[in-house]
Design a protein around this ligand. Structure first.
Ligand code: LRH
Ligand code: MN
Ligand code: MN
Length: 390
C-alpha cells in the first residue's frame, strides 16, 4: 500500500533531527581486521565535513556528536565555526574513560580516589568543551565492571558512581544535561556498573532533573522488549536520548533499521505515543554506528533515511481505530491496525516531501552522483586516517 502523509505527520517529520556520530566516518572493524576506505577523514574537521554531506542530502542531520579524546582539537570555537560553515553544528559530547590504562579497573567507580579524580576531571574537561561548542548534552557511557565473581565490591561501586556523577552534574550550567548510557555487558563480562535502564534511572534520578537516561538500541540482551523500556522511560520523564544502531548478535553497531525494521517501527511508535516527538521534546535522536565494510557517508545517509521512513510509517497508525479495538478486546483488529501502518510504503510520499523542501528525492543517488567521494579520495592523501578509537 502506497500512502500519503497527513499534515500532522508532515509537522512531526519537519522536526525530525538525527545527530550523526563523528566516529562513524573513521575506519572501524572487528578485532580480526579493520578494512580502510580511501578518503577516510584524518582529523575532526574532515569528519565534520563528511557529516555535513549527510545533512546536505537529507536535511535530517543538523548536528554532529563528538567523542573526547577522539575529537580533541586545540580550539573548539574554531571547530564550531568550521561546522557552521559546513551547515551543521556540534551536538552531544561523549566522554571516554575506556581506553586509558589507568581505567583498567574502572574510572568513576574506581576504588582509588586518585583514579576517580582523573575520571571526574575528564568529564569536567568535556563540559568545558560543551561550553565552547554550545552543546547541550554530555553523554556518559562507562566500561566499568568486572570479569569474575568476587573480584570487586558491587555495592561500593554504585556508591562511588553516585558521588562521581554528583560532582560532574554540579558543573553543568544553563540548559546542559547529563545523559547516562547503559549496556548489559562488554567489555566487562561478569558485571557492568550501569548494565540496564533501571540502574541508569536510579543514578540519574538521584542527581536531578537535568540528568536523563540514554538508550542505545544495541545494548540489550537478545529478545528484550526495547519499546517497553522506551514507553516506561518516557512515562517517567527520563528518556534523554537514543543511540540508534541495529544488531543481530551483540553490540553490532550496524545500520539502524537494517537488522530488524519492525523493531525500529515499534520503538518509534512508542516514542510518538509517549510524546517523544512533540514540540520541545527532551528526546535527542542520535546514531551510534560503525561502517566496517560499507562506505561511511552513504552508510550514514541510509541510516537517517531508515529512521525517517520508519517514523513516517509509525505516524500512520490510526490511533482512534487502534484504541477502539483495544478497548473492545479485539486482539486481531488492534494488531491489524498496527500492521497496516508498518506495511505501508511511504517511500514515494517521502520522495515528494523531500523535493518540496529543495532536497533530492533520492539522497543516496544524489550523493553517489555528487562527486564528493571522488573528491575526498583524491584530496585526502598523506596523514593518518581516523579510526574508531583514535
Ligand atoms: C559503547 C558505546 C558508547 C560509546 C560508543 C563508541 O558500546 O555504545 O556509546 O561511546 O559505543
Ligand atoms: Mn552507544
Ligand atoms: Mn555500543
Amino acid at each position: 500500500m502506497s500512502t500519503q502523509l497527513t499534515p500532522d505527520a508532515v509537522t512531526v517529520l519537519d522536526r525530525l533531527a538525527i545527530e550523526v556520530p563523528s566516529w562513524a566516518y573513521g575506519n572501524s572493524g572487528t578485532r580480526f581486521k579493520v578494512f580502510t576506505t580511501p578518503g577516510t577523514p584524518r582529523d575532526p574537521y574532515e569528519k565534520i565535513a563528511d557529516a555535513a554531506q549527510v545533512h546536505a542530502h537529507t536535511g535530517l542531520a543538523p548536528e554532529v556528536a563528538i567523542h573526547i579524546p577522539w575529537d580533541l582539537v586545540d580550539d573548539y570555537d574554531a571547530l564550531s565555526a568550521f561546522a557552521a560553515e559546513q551547515g551543521v553544528g556540534i551536538g552531544t559530547v561523549n566522554s571516554n574513560t575506556f581506553q586509558d590504562d589507568d581505567f583498567k579497573f574502572g574510572g568513576l567507580t574506581h576504588e582509588d580516589a586518585v583514579i576517580r579524580r582523573k575520571a571526574v576531571d575528564h568529564h569536567l574537561a568535556c563540559i568545558d568543551i560543551m561550553d565552547a561548542t554550545g552543546s547541550r548534552d554530555l553523554k556518559i557511557w562507562l566500561a566499568d565492571g568486572s570479569n569474575y565473581p568476587g573480584q570487586t565490591d558491587l555495592r561500593g561501586r554504585q556508591d562511588r558512581l553516585h558521588e562521581s556523577l554528583q560532582e560532574i552534574y554540579a558543573r553543568l550550567s544553563g540548559d546542559q544535561r547529563l545523559v547516562l548510557e547503559y549496556k548489559f555487558f562488554e567489555p566487562a563480562f561478569y558485571h557492568t556498573d550501569v548494565p540496564d535502564w533501571g540502574t541508569s534511572y536510579a543514578q540519574v534520578t538521584a542527581l536531578g532533573d537535568r540528568a536523563m537516561v540514554c538508550l542505545d538500541t544495541g545494548h540489550h540482551a537478545p529478545g528484550t522488549n526495547i519499546e517497553f523500556i522506551v514507553m516506561q522511560l518516557l512515562r517517567l520523564g527520563r528518556l534523554g536520548s537514543f543511540d540508534f544502531n541495529s544488531r543481530f548478535y551483540a553490540d553490532d553497531d550496524l545500520i539502524v533499521g537494517a537488522a530488524d525494521p519492525f523493531q525500529l517501527f515499534r520503538i518509534l511508535f512508542e516514542v510518538i505515543r509517549g510524546g517523544g516527538m512533540d514540540e520541545g521534546t527532551p528526546v535527542a535522536f542520535m546514531l551510534d554506528q560503525c561502517h566496517n565494510i560499507e562506505d561511511k557517508v552513504p552508510g550514514q545517509i541510509r541510516s537517517v533515511l531508515n529512521v525517517q521512513e520508519m517514523t513516517a510509517r509509525a505516524l500512520l497508525v490510526d490511533h482512534e481505530a487502534l484504541r477502539a479495538a483495544q478497548v473492545a478486546g479485539d486482539v486481531l483488529g488492534a494488531n491489524a491496525v498496527f500492521m497496516d501502518a508498518f506495511q505501508s510504503d511511504v517511500r514515494p510520499a517521502l520522495a515528494e516531501y523531500r523535493e518540496a523542501r529543495g532536497l533530492p528525492a533520492d539522497p543516496m543517488a544524489a550523493y553517489a552522483g555528487s562527486g564528493y567521494r571522488e573528491r575526498i579520495v583524491a584530496d585526502r592523501v598523506g596523514g593518518t586516517q581516523a579510526s574508531w578509537g583514535a
